[in-house]
Design a protein around this ligand. Sequence first.
Ligand code: NAD
Ligand code: FES
Length: 276
Amino acid sequence: MFPVISNEQIAPQVHRLVVVAPRVAARRRPGQFVIVRASPEGERIPLTIADADAKAGTITLIVQAVGASTQDIVAARGGGLEDVAGPLGEPTAIGLVGRVVCVGGGVGTAVLFPLAKALAEAGNEVTAVIGGRSEPLVILRDELGQFCTHVLVTTEDGSLGRKGFVTAVLAELLAAPGSRPAAVYAVGPVPMMKAVSELTRPLAIRTIVSLNPIMVDGTGMCGGCRVTVGGEVKFACVDGPEFDGHKVNYDELLSRQNTYKEDYCRLDAAVKRAGQ
Ligand code: NAD
Ligand code: FES
């Protein structure tokens, strides 16, 4: 059992859990993830390690409770999680490149957070552009403000920051003389990462995206997380989750993500009915 010592709701359906997992906390590096099961019968859910405290032996996970398994994780019945396997995946390659823009869409901002923090700690000048559908869905704004030079916010309904998508603000940053970044990191919905990559491609700005295809084992054996990058088959769990945004086949990724959507919604509704 991995005790959950703090469980805070930071947005509708989004929880921040602090979990005691000393061996993961000691070894994890930015960009890596764990696979979590809430109970022995639970589904395996990949979650990015948003932060860690090696001294305290804890890791921070940000979980969007969208289905039965993620709801079980945020409920943490019995005070803990059954399994926390990791750290998994390739760590982010963090270098000193100068000015960097980190773009986070919705819950993807939780994945972006450790990358932005590591980039700032390495001496880069980090601007964060984060967005959500409305104000309550914009997460980690204050936390990013602790180390980013600027945190620019967008909402689709205009309830906070600029009205519109994060990509509108990114386009302005790319067009402004003297503010062009050396690299862009983007994490969020697939159409957002595709749109970011299309903005930076003509300018040949290095663009890194973090992909979240369906994962099962997290060790490169099941093939569930297969993605095509630069015409080659890659497995996000062992070769990623970060890839060159200009080389990802986003249309294939989106189609694979949607494969089980209808079945999943039916199953989730059935589980909810059974629990009533
Ligand atoms: P959302 O759909 O509400 O979008 C959040 C923001 O992303 C929007 O407000 C907008 O600013 C931007 N965005 C969305 N679509 C865009 C487009 N077509 N062009 C430009 N910008 C766009 O996001 P949400 O519901 O909070 O997040 C859920 C999504 O994030 C899911 O699709 C999930 O799979 C993905 N996600 C990805 C990762 C990852 O590692 N890549 C991690 C967590 C969540
Ligand atoms: Fe099975 Fe990546 S999750 S190969």
